[in-house]
Design a protein around this ligand. Sequence first.
Ligand code: ASP
Length: 595
Amino acid sequence: MSSYTQRTHYAGTLREEQIGQIITLNGWVNGRRDLGGLIFIDVRDYTGIAQVVFSPQVAPSLMDPASELRDEFVIAVTGEVCKRENPNDELPTGQIEIYATGLEILNRSEVPPFEIGDRTKSSEELRLKYRYLELRNPELQRILRLRNQVYQIVHNYFEEEGFVEIETPTFVRATPEGARDYIVPSRVHPGKFYALPQSPQIYKQILMLSGFDKYVQIAKCMRDEDLRADRQPEFTQIDLEMSFVQQEDVLDVTERMLARIWKEVKKADLELPLRRMPYMEVMNRFGSDKPDTRFGMELQDVSDLFGSTEFVLFQSVLASNGSIVGLNFKGGASYSRKLIDELTDHVKRYGANGLVWLKVSGEGLEGGTAKFLLDNEINGLLEYFETEEGDMLLLVADTWRRSRIALGALRLEIARRERLIPKDVDDLLFIVDFPMFEEVDPETGKPIPAHHPFTSYRLEDEHLLDTDPMAVRSNSYDLVINGYELASGSIRIHQQDVQKKIFNLIGLTEKEAQEKFGFLLNAFRYGAPPHGGIAPGLDRLVMILAGNDNIRDVIAFPKTTRAASLMDNTPSEVDPEQLMELGIALLATEETGEN
Ligand code: ASP
């Protein structure tokens, strides 16, 4: 194709104002209908579609070529914009149609493996294989353009705020976000490996030491962890770090960025400051450190009602310092035994030993367990949960943590089943006052950092570090939107001796600490400023803004939950010679054949 008629307009922009004009469109055929001697086609470009009519009265010579047109042919079509005979009010271009006077077929297409305009009719696997075709779908076009809009807002915002954008390397030393590293063998240094960054964490801290004051980067992070539906092995963060700041400074810059994004993308005003809720409060009220606060059904600790209980399960849990928490499932008394069993299975999946259920009737409480409860306990429950007839109380008795997590998961499950979550509101909040350590490594007996090991602790809790590390609070914070953790960050440790102490506490020997993070410890010898940062996840942010819940929809070329790209068949085998050069020999592995 040497030359062709180039467009004068974009299809989706045509309106009644253009009536009478001769215009040219370049684009794809998006469906063809032959009706009463006329041929109708829709022409699609990224702005939308417009209807083109081929008529024997207007251009008889075009009827033959027009009858050749099939979906996804690429064409240049010229004609006069006319008022549409049968207007379509659903379409922005529905008031007009173009009577063709010229047609050039610029390229033909094989029959596409699925209908571009309807993603529900084909499997995601097939669409991912032909991702280049799926990306033609208007919804994916919309989302990736929205992503670009967020990208531009973020760049401009941080530029205005005096941040400097600095790229950190892709081949790095292992980084500390707690997932497995992806590693890259070095040819020049046989037997040695680079890691791909799980985040730019250490580099951004070093940039603070180097005096850059405020850093930002829209950075790719690679983490080899078991994937869930909302995770990708490589994802993008808006990574930032600031010097001489307190926690509130970081939260402030972050929430103003969000307000800017909501304003420009959603035309909505976020009320600032966003709520800050302590970790203990969200765990107690919602049973999750990323609570979905768009609906109620909050948890309540009811342990104090059961001081002299005769119910053996409650007795033993309380004797071992556990707690009894419950929620009121409004109207839940209509649930059958089978449904209650499903709810019980759900809490068990989250580690709880069982679920106590009590239906609220005219007489009080009914259910297998009710007969073990004393009158004052029943009355106490009715009062605590402000029950009405037809409600169902659901209680979990377990350790502090497990009872909350299991019941928090149940709260979400009921909300999903009963459609209690309003879809048209966004609820954003910061979670603060996290514990420094949440769990103990069962193998080493050492505490595992709840954030990462560069996070500083509350000075007033310092005395607990050696005696009761699990009670130490950190200076870390999360941003939560609609039940998604959207960002984590912290004020960092900036003194070498404190950093060494934390490494030691989590079980890194001096030698390991030197090997892994020696360069950071060394850097800290030369005057590191107090600093802190945060890293909102761009993919999830775009997902929420797009009103979507599939992370793959917001990434142009995503991976499956088995970390594969079906379009280009990654990962793939490499040439044996390449391995030789790297000094690598493969052990026999079994091919699972799954993606
Ligand atoms: N690097 C951290 C993360 O990826 C974020 C931060 O602490 O700034 O979660």
